[in-house]
Design a protein around this ligand. Structure first.
Ligand code: PMP
Length: 406
């Protein structure tokens, strides 16, 4: 268990909601921010802000150093080979759209296949649907096990010599499943396909090594990992990025501009048109410092312990159905029989407990689970065992509130 004092570094958590101390169990949607991140952003605006890359003046250099320093920080965080492989985006969604539009449009043709799983977040599903429509390509879905896992046999069953792209979440935002990315990447590469990883739910909680995973592209969002909103990352292998066309055009990304023709800068700038998200990158670098100081292994172990403790207690409450495999990250998706997830979340909120309810941007998965809606409690490094107890007590009270009878 991590030291409970970590929680004190998150000012937003120190408040009452509906007359009760806040229990924030919605970090998989967006995490809260430690003072170190808030102050890094403030400090940047107080002392260092200017536009980047062009300014000859001192503040221009300071802002550029901060921005490029953040790129290097992200590189080391995910163990990429060189900083040019790190492209700052607005988030996971923008990053995956960039790959689908740039790499996808150039490399996927009629009759080609894109392999996905039914557990994908809409952000890793719709860009591929749209690409398939544009190109006359086909989407093929890996069949999940009944408890919501991806097996290599099931992947192999949908791979073919027409497969051009395999796109898969590293960790499911609904089931908490951890997918065997390195092994799937190996299968994809045997067929000459590229592996795209949605790491939105793994980057905040697990040590990432893009070279060990040997993925071709990997995307994640700053706001789920203690950083600010509006900043995300696309990692791409250098030799792939170098051959890709930009999808947005304008300032910052050009080399030479004439009235009718222009040429582009090298990577990563080619993919960062316009004034970049400088303060966002600074905040993300501070978030990475914070996470690495605690140690991602410790963060992951802490969350898993909280989730197992929660699941153990939840199983003692009649009528609770839990979705997803035994081996999972620190989140639990569930329903209480005969109570709509939105009602459940509303009654928990009356007790100061924040959980997510809905389809979690994974409608196909909801259909597979035969649920229109589920509730999700997700844990992060600032949550405590006492909060899990409050959550369990909250569930019991919710059940009583709805006068639940079996
Ligand atoms: N993929 C997964 C697995 C997610 O959980 C999320 C966020 N809910 C996203 C993609 C999209 O992230 P963002 O909204 O930050 O672009």
């Amino acid at each position: 268990m991590l030291n409970a004092s970590i929680r004190e570094q998150f000012p937003i958590l120190d408040q009452e909601i509906n007359g009760h101390p806040l229990v924030y169990l919605d970090s998989a949607a967006s995490s809260q921010k430690p003072l170190a991140v808030i102050e890094a952003i403030e400090d940047y605006y107080r002392r260092n802000h200017s536009n980047v890359h062009r300014g000859v003046h001192t503040l221009g250099t300071q802002a550029t150093d901060a921005y490029e320093g953040a790129r290097e920080r992200v590189r080391s965080f995910i163990h990429a080979a060189v900083p040019e492989e790190i492209i700052f985006t607005r988030g996971t969604t923008t990053a995956i759209n960039l790959v689908a539009s740039s790499y996808g449009d150039a490399n996927v043709g009629e009759g080609d296949e894109i392999v996905l799983t039914p557990m994908e977040h809409h952000a890793n599903l719709i860009p591929w649907q749209q690409l398939a429509k544009r190109k006359g390509a086909t989407l093929r879905y890996v069949e999940l096990t009944p408890d919501g896992r991806v097996t290599l046999d099931a992947v192999q069953a949908v791979l073919s010599d027409r497969t051009k792209i395999v796109a898969m979440s590293h960790v499911s935002n609904v089931l908490g499943t951890i997918n065997p990315i390195a092994e799937v990447a190996r299968l994809a590469h045997e067929l000459g396909a590229v592996m795209v990883v949605d790491a939105a739910q793994s980057a905040p909680h697990r040590k990432l090594d893009v070279q060990a995973l040997d993925c071709d592209f990997l995307a994640f969002s700053g706001h789920k990992m203690l950083g600010p909103t509006g900043i995300g990352v696309l990692y791409g292998k250098k030799q792939l990025l170098k051959n890709m066309e930009p999808v947005e055009f304008g300032g910052e990304m050009i080399d030479y501009v004439d009235l009718y023709e222009s040429t582009w800068k090298d990577i990563p700038y080619r993919f960062e048109a316009g004034t970049p998200i400088i303060a966002g990158a600074v905040g993300l670098a501070a978030a990475i410092d914070f996470l690495e100081e605690i140690g991602l292994e410790n963060v992951e172990a802490h969350e898993r312990e909280l989730a197992s403790y929660a699941i153990e207690q939840m199983k003692t409450i009649e009528g609770i159905e839990i979705y997803g495999p035994e081996d999972r990250v620190g989140l639990v998706t569930f329903n209480l029989k005969d109570v709509h997830a939105h009602d459940l979340a509303t009654v928990l909120d009356m007790q100061g407990i924040a959980v997510r309810a809905g389809h979690h941007c994974a409608q196909p998965l909801m259909r597979l689970l035969k649920q229109s809606s589920t509730a999700r409690a997700s844990f992060y490094l600032y949550n405590t065992k006492e909060e899990v107890d409050r959550f369990i007590e909250g569930l019991r009270q919710t059940k009583e509130y709805f006068n639940y009878e079996f």
